[in-house]
Design a protein around this ligand. Structure first.
Ligand code: FAD
Length: 451
């Protein structure tokens, strides 16, 4: 029986789900799972908020997949630099790209490049100890922070800015972020939504948490809760929206308890400009009031009313969406920031790129929760499996990728090495009364993994 060698590029949730589906659907596959970092789990390690440890427990299931005899993990191997498309084609019958969405969508307003204005992607990666972002510096000496966007990531960022040291100490937040946040002077954080409360993307549980912060009152202006008729109808029709709206309406009526910090949630506003001080640092944010208009597709869109107001601001974090980055030599859809694909087959219906597949955020864009990636990877593997049956695959000629990696002096690590690194991080955490202290440089990771 032929064994099909499959490469999966990216060891985040989608990579593990793709491996799992392959193993469940076929008994003739051997899988090599690559990640450019020595650490697996993608955004479960570097995105999910440190104060949400339960969500991270999904990694236990991923570890079980990685330990299957048909799977090998190659950490610290960057596809595109350490290994090229040509190399993959010489070693594998098929390749699945699960590289995620690694950058942010830009907000093109004057002043966006001032010091003190950052992408939430950078801030999230920094506080989660991603090696590419550990040396970033965020000026937390200011009092007023604005978070642009009202998705769950925006809420994560606002919470982390306002959590007490005691709360953060109990999480696996990176040590450098814990220390920087200990010195933070931020007193007020304002979340800003372009549209109204009925269109807010955050979920009920994340909203509820904002009302329970130890050190910060959560304040919504009751006037912001007024709904236009289309939003009213939408809220009445959809149970989840209604529950969220009712909770917000209830929260808007609460009297602040007089906690030392405040978290404001504001709707129907768009930032139009960031003002700067002489030293090039953000000092203000100008926002335009919006109203909502119904677009031809029935969705409500924000429209500026021309009414502007300027507020003091020292830190602005834009959280308006993630975006995929191109994998060298593989087609890329620059408009949507994804690999162009038809149900997971890279390319178009008329010109598929034989042997190349994609799953997860780089396939469909940054949407859904971790579990959404499971059926998504299932669809891709179904296509791949059908192609294998039909004899549509690459024809590898080279033996084992390990030889190539060694010949190029790529310092890759396997799953056992990752487990040593994992254990070392947990042990370091125990010694400091924390769940884990993350290694945050590649050198440190490799040293612990290879110890
Ligand atoms: C800030 C944030 C918080 C979130 N919180 C939650 C939450 O609380 N609950 C929830 O359900 N979902 C949450 N999500 C969503 C969840 O993280 C995603 O659905 C999921 O991680 C997407 O999986 P993925 O495998 O497609 O991408 P990723 O998780 O991004 O994994 C991609 C992997 O590919 C690797 N890679 C990239 N390029 C290369 C290359 N060239 N060579 C080799 N490897 C490469 C990366 O290092 C990474 O490990 C959150 C997302 C973000 C951004």
């Amino acid at each position: 029986m032929t064994t099909f060698n499959i490469a999966i590029v990216g060891a985040g949730p989608s990579g593990f789900y793709a491996a799992d589906h392959l193993l469940k659907q076929r008994d003739d596959v051997s899988i090599d799972l690559f990640d450019r970092l020595p650490t697996p789990f993608g955004l479960v390690r570097y995105g999910v908020a440190p104060d949400h440890p339960k969500i991270k427990s999904v990694t236990k299931a991923y570890s079980r997949i990685a330990k299957k005899p048909e799977v090998r993990f190659f950490g610290n191997v960057n596809i595109g630099t350490d290994i090229t498309r040509e190399d993959l084609e010489a070693h594998y019958h098929a390749v699945i790209y699960t590289t995620g969405a690694q950058t942010d969508r830009m907000l093109n307003i004057p002043g966006i490049d001032l010091d003190g204005s950052y992408a939430a992607t950078e801030f999230v990666a920094w506080y989660n100890g991603h090696p590419d972002y550990r040396d970033h510096e965020f000026d937390l000496s200011v009092e007023h922070a604005y978070v642009i966007g009202v998705g769950n990531v925006a809420l994560d960022v606002a919470r982390i800015l306002l959590r007490t040291q005691e709360e953060l100490q109990a999480t696996d937040i990176a040590q450098h972020a814990l220390e920087a946040l200990a010195k933070s002077n931020i007193k007020q954080v304002t979340l800003v939504g372009r549209r109204g409360p009925a269109q807010a993307a955050f979920t009920f549980a994340e909203l509820k948490e904002l009302g329970e912060l130890a050190d910060a009152d959560f304040i919504i202006d009751p006037a912001d809760m007024t709904l236009d008729p289309v939003s009213q109808a939408a809220v009445e029709k959809n149970k989840k929206s209604r529950q969220k709206y009712e909770l917000m309406a209830d929260m808007a009526q609460r009297e602040p308890a007089g906690k030392p910090k405040q978290l404001f949630l504001k709707f129907l506003r768009s930032p139009s400009e960031l003002g700067g001080s002489e030293d090039g640092h953000v000092s203000s944010i100008t926002m335009e009031r919006n109203d909502l208009i119904e677009a031809p597709d029935g969705r409500l869109r924000a429209r500026g009313t021309g009414y502007m107001r300027t507020y003091p601001a020292g830190l602005v974090l834009r959280s308006i969406g993630y975006r995929g980055v191109a994998v060298p030599e593989i087609p890329f859809d620059d408009k949507y920031g994804i690999l162009p694909n038809v149900a997971g087959r890279v390319g178009s219906a008329n010109s598929p790129v034989i042997g190349h597949y994609t799953a997860g955020w780089i396939k469909r864009g940054p949407s859904g929760v971790i579990g959404t990636n499971k059926p998504d990877a299932g669809e891709t593997v179904k296509m791949l499996s059908a192609d294998l049956e039909a004899g549509i695959h690459l024809s590898p000629s080279a033996a084992d990728i390990t030889d190539l990696l060694r010949s190029r002096n790529v310092d890759f690590i396997d799953w056992n090495a990752w487990e040593r690194l994992d254990a070392a991080e947990i042990a370091a955490g125990e010694a400091a009364g924390r769940p884990r202290i993350k290694a945050t440089t590649i050198e440190e990771m490799l040293a612990l993994a290879n110890a």
